[in-house]
Design a binder for this molecule. Structure first.
Ligand code: ATP
Length: 440
């Protein structure tokens, strides 16, 4: 399949089938914003639930939080996000590092860290943090920022989590939530937006070089394996380790997991060894003691942090690109059933036969107690299959005349388009085992 074409086809399918719409479309849109439609909202929720299950529910060493989007503006001073935004900056097109346009010596110094001569964006006033006002008056005193990354909420709550739970180092704090950035060039569909969601774990460890690299490697593998388990081909994934000059100045090590996107290899998520950068800065700016008291040794230290930071929207884009399949005229999304918006769709073969509709409705009402299930009685059966294929519904259940005689239905598999007859009494059990075993 032609790769650039693939993105266009996916964008069209997402609009046509209620997965993703351009934001504020009836007003001509709003650059870098997107809405998830009825199908997309389900897929997104499923992805976040799977992530939370894997990262929090199934682990004994990670707890989750849900911090405010608007934090005390001092947070962003401590994190270094504020100071860089008031001056005209140029951005290195290789590593996205930003420098004051009026500091040529820093620019020259930075150029030495790259093999190739970096290209620079034109100087402009970067305003990556989205500003707003809290309270009725507008002015410096009420100016706040919508968070540019969800990371800082975790660091700000570090002490509260340690004091209120039984966590002991090493442990992680997980969070999923919205972030906002005034991206200069949003694009490639939902790949780079101005409002997006992140899912992150900040994993706190002893400040020790060996421990640091051990956990850094652990999380690299852990995250790669997870995306593969969701159906992304290992051939379409790779690590991009950041060299010294390419990573943020505080990062001791950093890597991106990249995806073989239609426009080239693109950042999927980041794994960053942040050392004690964040906690030490917040300790300094807040004047609070953020050290961790080690119950084993009685000593105290500022932990190091290994961060795994993924975009929810970007993950969805790559999972959808990976799932998009064409088979002759048939288009279907080969999504892992756990991600699919609807696990099954139920159809009466003919909408004008009340006995079929009634029987199908009983099955539908029963299944939907435990699963997201779709109902369709419009048009012909071929059109209904096509619609479900395009949103990735793994199974279609049809009630036909034979059902009325022997209580069996047909169940059609999305990927093979094959049907088999199954007893109604076995249906729920069969669906649940098929949905929960990874399909890819
Ligand atoms: P990029 O280099 O693509 O701008 P980044 O290195 O600035 O990304 P991080 O700050 O490390 O990204 O954020 C972690 C993750 O959040 C990214 O890997 C990506 O999945 C997601 N993300 C970041 N910016 C955006 C955005 N503008 N739109 C959608 N997702 C984003």
């Amino acid at each position: 399949m032609d790769k650039q074409n693939l993105l266009e086809k996916l964008v069209a399918l997402c609009k046509r089938r209620g997965i993703i719409f351009p934001g504020s479309e009836i007003y001509g849109g709003l650059g870098g914003t997107w809405d998830f439609g009825p199908v997309g909202a389900e897929i997104k929720k499923n992805l976040k639930d799977l992530w939370w299950k894997e990262m929090v529910q199934l682990r004994d060493d990670v707890v989750g939080i849900d911090s405010a989007i608007i934090l005390n503006p001092r947070v962003w001073e401590a994190s270094g996000h504020v100071e860089a935004f008031t001056d005209p900056l140029v951005e290195c097109k290789v590593c996205h590092a930003r420098f004051r346009a009026d500091h040529p010596e820093e620019i020259a110094e930075h150029e030495k860290t790259h093999d190739k001569k970096p290209q620079w964006t034109d100087p402009q006033k970067f305003n990556l943090l989205v500003r707003s006002y809290l309270g009725v008056l507008e002015g410096k005193e009420t100016e706040v920022f919508l968070r540019g990354e969800i990371t800082q909420g975790v660091h700000v709550d570090f002490k509260n989590v340690v004091n209120s739970t039984r966590v002991r180092i090493p442990f992680g704090i997980a969070q999923i939530g919205k972030a906002f950035r005034n991206e200069i060039t949003p694009g490639n569909f939902i790949f780079r937006s101005r409002e997006f969601e992140q899912m992150e774990v900040q994993f706190f460890i002893k400040p020790d070089e060996q421990e640091g690299m051990k956990w850094f490697e652990y999380w690299k593998k852990n995250r790669l394996d997870w995306y593969i388990s969701l159906g992304i081909s290992p051939d379409h994934l790779r690590f991009h380790d950041h060299e010294e000059g390419e990573r943020a100045h505080y990062a001791k090590a950093a890597t991106d997991i990249e995806y073989d996107a239609p426009w080239g290899w693109a950042e999927f998520m980041g794994i960053h060894h942040r050392g004690d950068w964040d906690l030490s800065r917040h300790q300094k700016f807040s004047g609070q003691d953020l050290t961790y008291k080690d119950p084993e040794t009685g000593g105290s230290f500022l932990p190091w942090d290994i961060e795994t930071s993924a975009g929810v929207d970007r993950s969805i884009l790559f999972l959808l690109l990976e799932a998009y399949q064409e088979d002759g005229k048939r288009v279907y999304l080969k999504l892992d059933p756990r991600l699919a918006a609807y696990k099954a769709a139920v159809f009466p073969l003919l909408a004008n036969k009340p006995e079929l509709v009634e029987k199908a409705n009983i099955i539908y009402q029963k299944l939907k107690q435990d699963l997201m299930v779709a109902w369709d009685s419009r048009g012909n059966i071929g059109g209904r299959y096509a619609a479900q294929d395009e949103i990735g519904t793994p199974f279609c259940i049809t009630v036909d005349f034979q059902t009325l005689e022997d209580n069996t239905i047909t169940i059609r598999d999305r990927d093979t388009a094959q049907q088999e007859r199954v007893k109604i009494e076995d249906l729920a059990r069969m669906l649940s085992s098929k949905i929960n075993e990874p399909k890819n």
